[in-house]
Design a protein around this ligand. Structure first.
Ligand SMILES: *[C@@H]1O[C@H](CO)[C@@H](O)[C@H](O)[C@H]1NC(C)=O
Ligand SMILES: *[C@@H]1O[C@H](CO)[C@@H](O)[C@H](O)[C@H]1NC(C)=O
Ligand SMILES: *[C@@H]1O[C@H](CO)[C@@H](O)[C@H](O)[C@H]1NC(C)=O
Length: 323
């Protein structure tokens, strides 16, 4: 697809990863990984990817979904994070809109998704094993109240939509001219056996160094090197940047949907759903730019929708107390 080729051509020719946009497919309180079947789940999520997304998801999602909001049309995976709200001085909450990554065209909201073999500049020499059908994992924890030791969970205060770097592990303390980018890097070492684990994390081992560097080697307990998955979510906070709207005590006003005003509880969920061997083919390619993955237009991606299972207002106010 033309727009994708142009977007990819803008970045370094030595790039060695797949990076693509996925528009928003749903914003609701569902969590098929952490709280399967629960209607509603404890907090609001923003979800991108395939239309098989629902309260419970089992089996081969790549065979169940029929459309996706992702620019790679064989990717029916679901990717989600919590939702960011602005808390006004009068105590009301207002959902912060998302906008698509500036490199990747006019998708509706959503996120930028990365699958790296090694790092930004090289595919490396390791065999990268694609996730198997049914695979799922999370990174981060909504109950983390202190500094995250995981360098893969970060925020960038955007001076403009292209700002990268200057990462912090809590919410920016000053208004950010072009919004806040939330970054989630997932672990890439698998135990080779389990599609999931009770805490959705122990089947994986984290060697991520952050900032798209090459993650460290996998330990004997988790020997299988998987793609390094990362999300970037651009929260358009600009309509809330007037300091007279911010708390009088000088604190910052943004809060995750699970009632986290510091940002340390940032977390992401991943549910694998590439069709057939599409992801493995891409990971086996030495040139990820000509990776033979099928693409679709932005208009087609934006057409993929689901009906909300949980019917409730999501834009503000009551949500945080409904937990
Ligand atoms: C989603 O799950 C609900 C029950 O939890 C069910 O009623 C609904 O039909 C499902 N939607 C789809 C699209 O499968
Ligand atoms: C509370 O403040 C926000 C932001 O200034 C405003 O949009 C909203 O209408 C106010 N709500 C009430 C109930 O006053
Ligand atoms: C961000 O929000 C502002 C204010 O609502 C809007 O004017 C602007 O177009 C948005 N930016 C993007 C990139 O969507």
């Amino acid at each position: 697809m033309k727009w994708l080729t142009i977007a990819l051509a803008l970045v370094s020719p030595s790039q060695a990863y797949i990076r693509f946009g996925c528009g928003t497919i749903s914003i609701q309180r569902l969590d098929p990984v952490v709280e399967p079947g629960k209607l509603p789940s404890s907090h609001v999520h923003q979800i991108v990817g395939g239309n098989a997304f629902n309260a419970s998801m089992t089996g081969d999602i790549g065979n169940k979904a029929t459309c996706t909001t992702c620019s790679f049309s064989e990717d029916f995976s679901n990717y989600w994070t919590a939702v960011l709200y602005f808390k006004a001085r009068n105590g009301s909450y207002h959902r912060v809109p998302q906008y698509p990554n500036a490199l990747l065209g006019n998708l509706e909201g959503g996120m930028t998704i990365y699958y790296l073999q090694q790092d930004f500049n090289s595919n490396g020499k390791n065999k990268i094993t694609a996730f198997p059908p049914g695979f799922r994992m999370t990174v981060g924890s909504p109950t983390s109240a202190g500094n995250s030791k995981n360098p893969g969970l970060r925020y960038t205060c955007l001076k403009d939509v292209m700002t990268r770097g200057g990462e912090t592990n809590d919410f920016p303390k000053q208004p950010c001219p072009a919004g806040i980018m939330a970054i989630h890097h997932f672990p890439a070492c698998w135990d080779g056996k389990n599609l999931d684990s009770p805490n959705h994390q122990d089947h994986m081992y984290n060697t991520v160094k952050g900032s798209f560097q090459n993650a460290g080697p996998c330990p004997a307990s988790h020997p299988v090197r998987m793609p390094q998955v990362a999300y970037e979510t651009m929260w358009n906070t600009t309509m809330f940047n007037d300091k007279s709207l911010w708390p009088a005590d000088g604190s910052q006003p943004f809060v995750w949907s699970f009632d986290d005003t510091k940002g340390y509880g940032t977390h992401g969920d991943y549910l694998f759903g590439w069709k057939g061997d599409a992801l493995q083919r891409a990971m086996d390619s030495t040139s990820l730019i000509s990776n033979n993955l099928k693409t679709q237009s932005v208009a087609e991606a934006n057409k993929c929708k689901i009906k909300n299972t949980v019917q409730e207002p999501i834009d503000g106010c009551k949500l945080l107390s409904q937990k």
